[in-house]
Ligand binder design. Structure first.
Ligand SMILES: [Zn+2]
Length: 517
């Protein structure tokens, strides 16, 4: 009798404790959802970062301004934060871009200088010339002096400014097929035209600059209405400008027809010498296992044609909002919760690679890292990144995520280790369990990724809120997990090319000094 009672009592105790733990988890999860929904700071943060500070190209004053803004935000929430120097970059600040057609009629053109384009002291008005189709590099060299005093057009004239989905909807099948065939032939011919100059698309601009051109004019259409990708200039003294498909087409056709259009260009920019570059790191100290880490991760830098709203403003907002919520709802985590807002992801994961090198103790004791960097959409994919037991722990953590969020997510276990693409790869390469919270695309590749339209209005706040909740819950569960996560690697699938299993990606060195030569 006494024994039975004892067993009964013991059973009650164990079941009771599990029930208490479960209800504690459920309450905490509910509180996270409530805070994220009823007291969301996402819109305010987005406005301050995207509209107020703007794009965050490495080496610009706006990048540093963003670093300082994030530190101040964290401090205002009672979270310890700091900017950690990881390298140096060419300091440059974008100024205005004024581009107008002044002959045969006046029209202001939609365009802008590329990143790191050298600033101009005064406006230049000149004719345009198109890179010609010549026999070979010898013929091209002979032709080169003709560019002196002219703006040179180096991009193909697109046969249509309508995206394919628009043709698909309205064209007859015959005319759509005809357009695509003509475009393929034209693209191929243009590629040959450039290659016959003896230069690549990258080195051609420098050759033209040396030959006396006054500017490089291009149009990097992103296959959607009104959208161009804006990358970096290669020229050292003359401006490189990107013009919208519509205006580039206009200038191209007028030049080809012999009208000799003229444009007037003034692009301003400031050189700032060599400037330090930073990661912003914030931390909520662990109370039971402070030397083990759960890390939130998103790159902070961007290209600067738009304001980097979805690449990677939204990942940044997700992690900041998750940290804010965690500090409020779960202020005494078991393990230390860190967030990394990385610099210079766009030039090769530089900030995160530097952090991996500089903080082996964090990498070694990483419980889990969650990175988000592919647009504004709600998370729909989560891969185990090749870690054999990721299924166990991620499965356990996801079980606490509300059904409406969790049911959207397709998991892949064990998955394959990511070799690049975003900052989680820097950690995976070092063997740390790091995962990518991968988003629904919302036409990311065409309309926002590295484009002039990556702006505040493209943010889908309900989806970002969804992701902040998901991230906060995963961080909470990873922090509380009774076990340290396994980092045992799975045997990778056999490669078709070699017949051997794929190898784990290697840790790569960051570029610590960039844009200077
Ligand atoms: Zn990105």
């Amino acid at each position: 009798m006494r024994n039975t009672l004892k067993i009964l009592f013991f059973t009650f105790l164990v079941v009771g404790q599990t029930a208490i733990a479960q209800s504690r988890e459920a309450t905490l999860v509910n509180n996270i959802v409530k805070e994220a929904t009823e007291n969301s700071q996402l819109e305010k943060l987005a406005h301050e970062l995207m509209d107020g500070i703007g794009p965050r190209l490495v080496g610009t004053p706006q990048m540093k301004q963003a670093n300082d803004w994030a530190v101040a935000k964290y401090q205002s929430w009672g979270i310890t934060a700091r900017n950690e120097k990881w390298g140096e970059w060419r300091g440059w600040e974008r100024g205005t871009s004024h581009i107008d057609m002044v002959y045969p009629r006046v029209k202001s053109l939609e365009g802008m200088q590329l990143a790191w384009s050298p600033g101009m002291k005064k406006a230049i008005t000149a004719e345009l010339i198109i890179v010609p189709d010549l026999a070979d590099s010898i013929a091209f060299k002979k032709w080169l002096p003709v560019v002196k005093g002219k703006f040179v057009m180096i991009s193909m004239h697109q046969p249509t400014g309508r995206p394919d989905y628009n043709w698909q909807e309205f064209a007859t099948k015959e005319s759509f097929d005809k357009m695509k065939a003509a475009r393929t032939a034209q693209t191929d011919a243009w590629r040959k035209r450039i290659s016959k100059t003896g230069y690549t698309a990258a080195t051609l601009a420098v050759a033209l600059e040396k030959a006396g051109a006054v500017g490089i004019v291009m149009s990097n259409w992103s296959n959607g209405f009104g959208v161009n990708k804006i990358f970096n200039a290669r020229t050292k003294k003359i401006p490189t400008i990107d013009i919208s498909l519509e205006d580039y087409g206009l200038l191209y056709r007028l030049t080809e027809s012999g009208t000799k259009p003229k444009i007037k260009v003034l692009t301003e920019a400031k050189e700032k010498g060599v400037v330090p570059t930073f990661n912003t790191i914030a931390e909520i100290k662990g109370t039971k296992k402070p030397e083990e880490y759960v890390m939130l991760s998103a790159h902070f830098d961007s290209w600067d044609g738009g304001t980097g709203a979805t690449d990677n403003g939204t990942g940044t907002l997700t992690m900041m909002e998750a940290m804010r919520i965690l500090k409020k709802i779960y202020p005494n985590p078991k393990r230390t919760i860190l967030v990394g807002h990385w610099g210079s992801e766009e030039q090769g994961l530089n900030g995160s690679r530097a952090f991996v090198e500089d903080h082996p103790e964090v990498v070694k004791n990483m419980q889990a890292l969650f990175n988000q960097d592919n647009g504004t959409g709600r998370v729909v994919n989560l891969s185990g990144q090749g870690f054999l037991h990721a299924y166990d722990y991620i499965g356990r953590w996801l079980a606490q995520v509300p059904e409406n969020i969790c049911s959207q997510i397709q998991t892949t276990f064990p998955g394959s280790p990511g070799g690049g693409g975003s900052d989680y790869a820097s950690f995976v390469a070092a063997g740390a369990p790091a995962f990518s919270l991968s988003s629904l695309n919302w036409s990311y590749g065409t309309y926002t990724w590295h484009t002039n339209r990556d702006t505040y209005d493209k943010i889908v706040f309900d989806d970002v809120r969804n992701n902040a909740i998901l991230t906060a819950i995963l961080a909470y569960m990873a922090s509380e997990d009774p076990n340290k996560t396994s980092r045992e690697k799975s045997i990778l699938p056999v490669q078709r090319t070699t017949g051997q299993p794929a190898t784990w990606p290697e840790q790569r060195k960051p570029t610590r000094r960039g844009g200077l030569d």
